[in-house]
Design a protein around this ligand. Structure first.
Ligand code: ADP
Length: 495
């Protein structure tokens, strides 16, 4: 199979790289394997890409190690920043192509895909700005000693990303790693390999030396597992399910105790008090769960509504959700496209059936949409109790459970009643309620009177089983640097 092909999307033709990207070159996998990537809107094969196995992981790690110990060490922090900024500019110049690949391969609407590309560019530029502002401290230990710290890069970073925001996750991981002087071997999700490979063309154009950023298409159990257990990877960063997160941490512990950061699942409560601005709360509740077809780790998948407004709110929320436009990601008015894959479609339908069998009421949806593609109707479950499986487990689809609560204490109790702690939201006009409840919720992010608004300047990550460490903002730099303390003795020998 060749190393590139011409692909036609409704937005135009482009040249798609298909190889593994190692040392700034496109290569075939060592075992000569390839795999297909599917268009989720029509279930047809888009193309095949070359597949990385353990041997390719090894080759890519060697390239990243050589770059880390060699050329990347000689590049000044300001120059690292300039390259990231140039990459951000290139993302913006190529927004039409990058967004159309994302819509084709992932199924998200073109409008939303453009927002992803814009935010990915913003994130890369933001970390470009940080590259020459990473520094330690001088510490006054005693008059005979000069003590100072250096924030040094960790080394070769393995990064494993999911399929729900392929380019955005690419930028969240590459930005802080490269800004702080590390080199990267990234594995994309097997469902969505295409946009990341196209973005590698831009890496070359931005002037990154060979080996600094390496990109592998491949599967979790082979290439992903090889990354997390590799003896020459110094740090692994993962975004995906909590189950896989556990196995990554185990592999890291069993191999070389590489540093680990995990951004995992969620079952986030979206809490609406009686005194909320109802129109606003309905819009945010709808966006909170149905944005990206519910395929967000921070999705507001549990709607908790106070008893005084419950009936009115649920009726209007159903109307709002029913009005979401489902269909072709390339149509200008589409809000919800297909789920990413047959597997995800099946998993979500299984949860919907489980909810029906558990005794919850399907107030809206509950079925597939259309005959072709992995489309699922926006689905609202009422009569839900918090011990039900659909109220405890991450569904990762356009499915929301609605529960009634009495008062503030009740809202906090139900809000905190899952093993997850990624995000939460509070809707109220009372500032005291908003602050008290957001303080009491065990979640890494709390939105007040909004939902799903993420800024690359502010940290993002989970409490409880939702993860370890923080991505974005200056906090992410802590995950990609290690602190060295230097004591310089100024006086004579003590002993
Ligand atoms: P999902 O179930 O939503 O696809 P996963 O957590 O399985 O989420 O996948 C997220 C990423 O983790 C993907 O890139 C996938 O290939 C990778 N992955 C899956 N299993 C493993 C594993 N055992 N080790 C390392 N990476 C894995």
């Amino acid at each position: 199979m060749s190393l590139s092909t011409t692909i036609e999307t409704p937005a135009g033709k482009y040249e798609q790289p298909l190889g593994l990207f190692i040392n700034n070159e496109w290569v075939k996998g060592a075992e000569g394997k390839t795999f297909e990537t599917i268009n989720p809107s029509n279930e047809k094969v888009i193309t095949s890409v070359h597949e990385a196995t353990e041997k390719d992981v090894d080759i890519a790690v060697k390239a990243a190690r050589a770059a880390f110990e060699g050329v990347w060490h000689t590049v000044t922090p300001s120059e690292r920043g300039r390259k990231l900024t140039k990459l951000a500019d290139l993302f913006e110049q190529h927004i039409e192509t990058l967004a159309s690949i994302e819509s084709l391969d992932n199924g998200k609407s073109l409008t939303m895909a453009k927002v992803d590309v814009t935010n990915a560019a913003g994130c890369l530029r933001y970390y470009g700005g940080w590259a020459d502002k990473i520094h330690g401290q001088t510490i006054d230990t005693n008059p005979e000693t000069l003590s100072y710290t250096r924030h040094e890069p960790i080394g070769v970073c393995g990064q494993i990303i999911p399929w729900n925001f392929p380019l955005l996750m690419w930028s969240w991981k590459i930005g802080p790693a490269v800004a702080s002087g590390n080199t990267v071997v990234m594995k994309t999700a097997e469902q969505t390999p295409l946009s990341a490979l196209y973005a590698c063309k831009l890496i070359v154009e931005a002037g990154f030396p060979p080996g600094v950023i390496n990109m592998l298409s491949g599967f979790g159990r082979t290439a992903g597992a090889a990354l997390s257990s590799h003896m020459d990877i110094d740090k692994i960063a993962f975004t995906g399910s909590t189950m896989v997160g556990r196995s990554i941490m185990q592999a890291a512990a069993k191999s070389n105790l590489k540093k680990v950061t995990l951004e995992l699942g969620g079952k986030s409560p979206n809490i609406v008090f009686d005194d909320a601005d109802i129109d606003n709360a309905i819009s945010w509740a709808n966006f909170g769960i149905f944005f990206n077809h519910g395929q967000c780790c921070c999705a507001g998948s549990r709607l908790l509504v106070q008893e005084g407004i419950y009936d009115k709110f649920v009726a209007r929320f159903k109307e709002r959700a029913a009005a979401n436009k489902l269909g072709d990601p390339f149509a200008a008015d589409t809000f919800q496209g297909p789920q990413v894959s047959q597997l995800q479609f099946d998993r979500i339908m299984e949860y919907i059936n489980h909810g029906k069998n558990e005794g919850a009421t399907v107030a809206l949806g509950g079925d597939r949409h259309g005959k072709e593609g992995y489309f699922i109707q926006p689905t609202v479950f009422t009569d839900v109790t918090h011990d039900m499986k659909i109220a405890q487990e991450e569904i990762f689809g356009p499915v929301i459970t609605v529960q009634k609560f009495k008062d503030e204490a009740d809202a906090i109790k139900i809000g905190n009643s899952t093993s997850y702690g990624l995000a939460a939201a509070v809707h109220t006009k009372n500032v005291n309620t908003a602050i008290r409840v957001s303080n009491a919720l065990k979640a890494g992010t709390v939105w007040i009177n909004s939902y799903n608004l993420i800024s690359y300047q502010a940290p993002f990550g989970g409490f409880k089983t939702s993860g370890l460490g923080r991505e974005l903002g200056s906090y992410a730099l802590e995950n990609y640097t290690q602190v060295k303390t230097v004591h310089y003795r100024l006086g004579d020998a003590l002993f």
